[in-house]
Design a protein around this ligand. Structure first.
Ligand code: BG6
Length: 446
C-alpha cells in the first residue's frame, strides 16, 4: 500500500443503491487488503442532509452486509476516517465551486470520479466538473447504461471526450469483472475438446440467463425509465453473448466482440417476450400505469458461418424464483444418445458443470455422468477472488483499460437495440407472479 501516490475517489450518487451495495463494500475490501494508498480519500457526494457521523453509520451497516472480507470494528473505524460525505446538489452548477475548494485541500494525484447516477445526469455533472480546477487529471468512470439510446449516447460520448479527454473515460460494465465471465474465454481457448466443438456443427443452442430474486428496491425512479432491456440486455447480456460467440479466440477480444455485435441478425417480434412482475406498479417511484418490463427473454442469431442457425436464447428478470446467472451450452446429440451440456455458472455459484454420457456402471445401458467444479465453494479461492467492482476500481487507478468497455462496443449494441426497440412497440408486456421464472421459458422461444 505504501509507495502508491495519493488516491482519491469521488462518487456522484454516494447515497444510491450502487454505492451502498457495491462500491463502498468493494472499496472497503480493497482497503482492508491494503490495495489502496494509505492516504486514500473517498468523497461521497449526496443531496441529503447527513452529518459525517450519520453517513458513516449508514454505510457501516451496508458494508457489514456486503463486504467480502471480515469486518472488524477496528478496520471499520479506520476505513471511515477515509470516507467524507459531501452534501451537494450536483444539478446546481453554482455548487461546484465549493467542491473545487474542497479538492484544493486534498491534493490527490491519482484521481477517480465515479458517476454512479442515471445517465440523464452525466451531462450536467460534466458541465459542472469543467469548472473544477483542483482535481488533477481525473479518470471518469461511467456506469451503464451509457446513454438512453444511440443518438443520445453518441452525443454524450462526444461531450465527455471533449471535456475529460478520450483516454480518461472508463465505461464500466461490471459483468466484465466477474470471475466466471472472465473464465469463459479460458475454458474455450485452453481446452481442445471445447475449442474444436464451439460452432454450429457441434452446438445446438446457447442459453444465457441472468435471474434475480430482488425487485427494483429503491431504484424505481431510474428503473421505470429504462426497464430490463436497457438495464441488463443492452449491456451485461450482450457483453456475455459476444464473449461466448467470439470468432477468433486468439484475436484481440474487444475487436472480436465488436464483430459479433455487428453480426447480430435483426429479430422478429415473435422472438421477444416481455414481462412485469405483479405488484411492480405499487413499487416506490414507479408509475401506477407503468408498462415497463422487468423480464425479457429473446432469441438471437449471429449471422456468420460459425453460428449458422444456432439460437442464442437470453433472459433476465427481477423477482424470479432464484438468483442465477449462467451460460448453458447445449451440444448436438449423437444419434441414440442424450446431448452433452456444459454450464458456466457465474453467480451465485461460480463454477463449471458438465453432463455427458457413460456406460452405466456395471450394466450395459447408458447413464449420464455429471461433473461439477465449484470455485467459490473453496474458501481459499473465495477469499482470494476479488469482487467485480474491486477489480474494476483497482484497474482504473492503475489505468488498465482492458477491463472496461470500448465506445465502439457500446455504439454497436445501441445500434442493434434501435431495431429491437422498433419491434418492442408490438410486444405486449405480460404479468408474472413474484417468485416464478417469468411469463415464458426458453422452450417457448424455440
Ligand atoms: C446492474 C443493474 O447493472 O446489475 C441492476 O442495474 C442489477 O438492476 C445488477 O440488479 C445485477 O448485478 P449483480 O452483480 O448483482 O449480478
Amino acid at each position: 500500500m505504501s509507495g502508491k501516490t495519493k488516491e482519491t475517489i469521488t462518487i456522484f450518487g454516494g447515497t444510491g443503491d450502487l454505492s451502498y451495495r457495491k462500491l463502498l463494500p468493494a472499496l472497503f475490501n480493497l482497503y482492508v487488503n491494503q490495495e489502496l494508498s494509505e492516504d486514500v480519500q473517498i468523497v461521497a457526494i449526496g443531496r441529503r442532509d447527513y452529518s459525517q457521523e450519520a453517513y458513516g453509520k449508514i454505510i457501516q451497516s451496508w458494508i457489514e452486509t456486503y463486504a467480502r472480507v471480515h469486518v472488524s470494528d477496528e478496520c471499520m473505524a479506520s476505513f471511515l476516517e477515509h470516507v467524507h460525505y459531501f452534501q451537494m446538489d450536483f444539478t446546481d452548477l453554482s455548487q461546484y465551486a465549493l467542491l473545487d475548494d474542497y479538492y484544493a485541500s486534498m491534493q490527490g494525484s491519482n484521481n477517480i470520479v465515479y458517476l454512479a447516477v442515471a445517465p440523464s445526469f452525466f451531462d450536467v455533472i460534466q458541465t459542472g466538473m469543467r469548472t473544477v480546477k483542483h482535481l488533477s487529471k481525473p479518470k471518469i468512470i461511467l456506469e451503464k447504461p451509457f446513454g438512453e439510446n444511440l443518438e443520445q449516447a453518441r452525443l454524450l460520448n462526444r461531450h465527455l471526450e471533449e471535456c475529460f479527454g478520450k483516454e480518461n473515460i472508463y465505461r464500466i460494465d461490471h459483468y466484465l469483472g466477474k470471475e466466471m465471465v472472465r473464465n469463459i474465454l479460458t475454458i474455450r481457448k485452453g481446452n481442445l475438446l471445447l475449442r474444436n466443438a464451439w460452432d454450429c456443427k457441434s452446438i445446438e443452442r446457447v442459453e444465457i440467463s441472468c435471474l434475480e430474486e430482488v425487485g427494483v428496491e429503491t431504484r424505481g425512479n431510474y428503473y421505470d425509465h429504462v426497464g430490463a432491456m436497457k438495464d441488463m440486455v443492452q449491456n451485461h447480456l450482450l457483453q456475455i453473448l459476444s464473449i461466448v460467440a467470439l470468432e477468433d479466440v486468439d484475436g484481440v477480444v474487444k475487436q472480436e466482440q465488436l464483430k459479433i455485435l455487428q453480426a447480430l441478425k435483426k429479430m422478429d417480434v415473435d422472438s421477444i417476450v416481455l414481462g412485469q412482475y405483479e405488484g411492480y406498479r405499487e413499487e416506490e417511484k414507479v408509475a401506477v400505469d407503468s408498462n415497463t418490463e422487468t423480464f425479457v427473454a429473446m432469441k438471437l442469431f449471429v449471422e456468420n458461418e460459425r453460428w449458422k442457425d444456432v439460437p442464442f436464447l437470453i433472459r433476465t428478470g427481477k423477482k424470479m424464483s432464484k438468483r442465477e446467472i449462467e451460460v448453458r451450452i447445449l451440444f448436438k446429440a449423437v444419434d441414440g444418445y442424450e446431448a452433452d451440456v456444459l454450464v458456466i455458472k457465474i453467480q451465485p455459484v461460480e463454477g463449471i458443470y458438465l453432463e455427458f454420457n457413460i456406460k452405466t456402471p456395471g450394466g450395459d445401458g447408458v447413464s449420464r455422468a455429471k461433473m461439477e467444479f465449484c470455485q467459490n465453494c473453496n474458501l481459499v479461492y473465495r477469499m482470494n477472488t476479488p469482487e467485480a467492482y474491486e477489480r474494476m476500481l483497482l484497474a482504473c487507478f492503475e489505468e488498465d483499460r482492458a477491463w472496461f468497455t470500448d465506445w465502439e462496443l457500446i455504439e454497436a449494441s445501441w445500434l442493434y437495440m434501435l431495431d429491437v426497440e422498433k419491434k418492442l412497440r408490438d410486444v405486449k408486456v405480460l404479468t408474472y407472479p413474484v417468485g416464478t421464472d417469468g411469463p415464458c421459458s426458453f422452450f417457448d422461444l424455440l
